[in-house]
Design a protein around this ligand. Structure first.
Ligand SMILES: C[S@@+](CC[C@H](N)C(=O)[O-])C[C@H]1O[C@@H](n2cnc3c(N)ncnc32)[C@H](O)[C@@H]1O
Length: 261
């Protein structure tokens, strides 16, 4: 969510940044791990994209044949997502809502839910996880990517690089890990305006416990390493090969999970 509202140009900037395939950073670092855990999506698979942004993941899944619903709290991003749907109809339906309130979606109506770098932006991520547990069918899967809670604690973490006698050692400094907290991230738009988004850190055990409470078991994890064609900040490639800054979780709703009251 943008702190202090969505300034003019925000939706266009984010939409242009992510485009139809995700920006270079997503394409070559996060998405290979995300899609590895999503696996094969067959025609008619009912997919929920939570915090869908401009909808590039939703559209990618729709092109595989999935029936996709995207939800997001940002009017500006949904406007862009709907414009893309209009330009290339793929049957993706979008709703504007807080992810912790999916009342427009029926119980047990999705096979797969995806949240790409989104739970970390939700103030009520526990509520969102509960809602995903409600709308998924038993044995339905929830695949989400996060900033790695252990190594990427917003502004409370940093690289530390030591060079000595021709060798370089990379460390990741982390503080404030245990305490759930929020932080502000400034993004500079092309016109020089600065947009601030809010992100939320929760420790790894928080995610495991909230997923368990909602009836999920974790079945797999990815800690994405840069792809060979990684085009992010060049110097970080070797560091990211050693220490992951992202985590992808694949959870499955336990078949015996009681249905909603
Ligand atoms: C980092 S962006 C990721 C967007 C998209 N999944 C992607 O990969 O491009 C996080 C998204 O979560 C949305 N968001 C933030 N808080 C939300 C909330 N409480 N409910 C629904 N969406 C929210 C933002 O508007 C934004 O689109």
């Amino acid at each position: 969510m943008v702190d202090g509202g969505e300034p003019e140009g925000f939706g266009n900037w984010y939409d242009e940044k992510q485009g139809d395939t995700g920006d270079a950073w997503h394409r070559t670092l996060i998405d290979p791990g995300l899609f590895a855990r999503i696996g094969t999506v067959t025609a008619g698979t009912r997919v929920l994209d939570l915090g869908c942004g401009n909808g590039y993941v939703a559209r990618r899944l729709a092109r595989m044949g999935a029936k996709v619903v995207g939800v997001d709290a940002s009017d500006a991003l949904l406007e862009r997502a709907r414009a893309r749907e209009q330009a290339e109809p793929l049957g993706v339906v979008y709703h504007r809502t807080d992810a912790s309130d999916l009342r427009m979606l029926s119980d047990r109506s999705f096979d797969l839910a995806v949240a790409n770098m989104a739970l970390i932006d939700f103030a009520d991520a526990a509520g969102a996880i509960r809602e995903v547990g409600r709308v998924l069918v038993p044995s339905g899967r929830f695949v989400c990517s996060l900033s790695h809670p252990c190594f990427d604690v917003d502004t409370r973490s940093a690289w530390q690089v030591e060079m000595a006698l021709g060798s370089t050692t990379v460390y990741r400094k982390v503080t404030g890990y245990r305490e759930p907290h929020s932080d502000i991230f400034p993004w500079r738009l092309p016109d020089g305006k600065v947009v601030r988004t809010v992100g939320y850190h929760r420790p790894l055990s928080w995610y495991v416990k909230e997923l368990r409470k909602a009836g999920f078991v974790i079945v797999d994890l990815e800690e994405p390493a840069p792809a060979p064609d990684y085009v992010g900040v060049r110097v970080q490639k070797e560091w990211l090969e050693q220490i992951p800054l992202h985590l992808v979780v694949e959870a499955r709703l336990e078949p015996g999970t009681p249905g909603p009251a």
